[in-house]
Design a protein around this ligand. Structure first.
Ligand code: PAF
Length: 279
């Protein structure tokens, strides 16, 4: 039975009890609309901790576009059933007033890794992510936190803030879960029409082709230009960025140097998709 907790105080008491009996607590922060990708994080948490908390909070502070916030899919009853089936101990689902009470005036801002790509295209997004993740670490007091590699830049931002602020949590990145045609699982995929859903896997295919070409020695710019062309020809409206970057610092790379990561954001219909792969 998964217990639903909505207040930080009740959660603190629950976790304190677990910790008194020596349990290692794992947390999976999410915004709900759970899919197999989230569930794989919950399973990783289950296998690497004694108690598992999944948090669901659609964080208004990380949405730079109010329409996107409004359209974000929400179905807590369905999410809860999935978590129950997976043996998650607690669903922490606070309301906005619990997370941002009257008078809330703080912000966590990570420079450097937050700057390019998502940071450049979604101003303020990573301040919202860093602030809420810091709060969720404080509220859950978890020793381990599980994040998907699908949001690669977010993972680097969280790693940086944990190091910089001496937060006593071990951050674990888990591989991206994909549909059988290669599309990275995302809560936004449900907003794709049937025609768009058929086009969407072209994003991952173009990334794989570019990664292969770069590994085979093609000039990085030529490989990225070819991939960008393929994505647009497939039916995407725009490619916001398609970059080869150092996997940790996220500095742009002109030539292949390990560890390197290829990262993309592209818009299909009115749905913005992101993806990344190791090169
Ligand atoms: O990846 C997400 O779902 C969100 O950015 C996170 C980490 C739960 C913070 O709101």
């Amino acid at each position: 039975m998964t217990e639903v907790i909505r207040s930080a105080e009740a959660l603190r008491e629950k976790v304190a009890g677990w910790k008194r009996s020596g349990a290692l607590v794992g947390v999976v922060p999410t915004m709900g609309a759970l899919h197999d990708g989230h569930l794989s994080l919950a399973r990783a948490a289950r296998s690497q901790s004694d108690r598992v908390i999944v948090t669901i909070f659609v964080n208004p502070m990380q949405f730079n576009n109010p329409e996107d916030l409004k359209k974000y899919p929400r179905d807590e009853a369905h999410d809860l059933a999935l978590l129950e089936a997976d043996g998650v101990d607690v669903l922490f689902a606070p309301g906005p007033d619990e997370v941002y009470p009257e008078g809330f005036a703080s912000k966590v801002s990570v420079t450097g890794v937050s700057g390019p790509m998502e940071g450049a295209h979604r101003p303020g997004h990573f301040d919202g992510v860093a602030t809420v993740v810091t709060k969720l670490f404080g509220m859950t007091q978890a020793g381990r936190a599980f994040f998907g590699e699908k949001d690669w830049q977010q993972l680097q931002v969280v790693r940086r803030l944990v190091r910089d602020l001496n937060i006593p949590v071990h951050v674990i990145g888990c591989p991206t879960k994909r549909e059988t045609d290669g599309l990275a699982m995302s809560s936004r995929n449900v907003r794709l029409s049937a025609a768009e859903r058929a086009i969407a896997p072209a994003l991952h295919r173009a990334m794989q082709d570019a990664a292969r070409a770069i590994r085979d020695g093609a000039p990085v710019k030529a490989a990225l230009d070819a991939a960008q062309g393929a994505i647009i020809r497939a039916g995407f409206a725009t490619v916001e960025y398609l970059d080869l970057r150092d996997a940790e610092t996220l500095e742009p790379l002109q030539d292949l140097r390990a560890p390197a990561r290829l990262l993309v954001a592209a818009v299909l219909g009115d749905v913005r998709l992101i993806d990344n792969i190791a090169v």
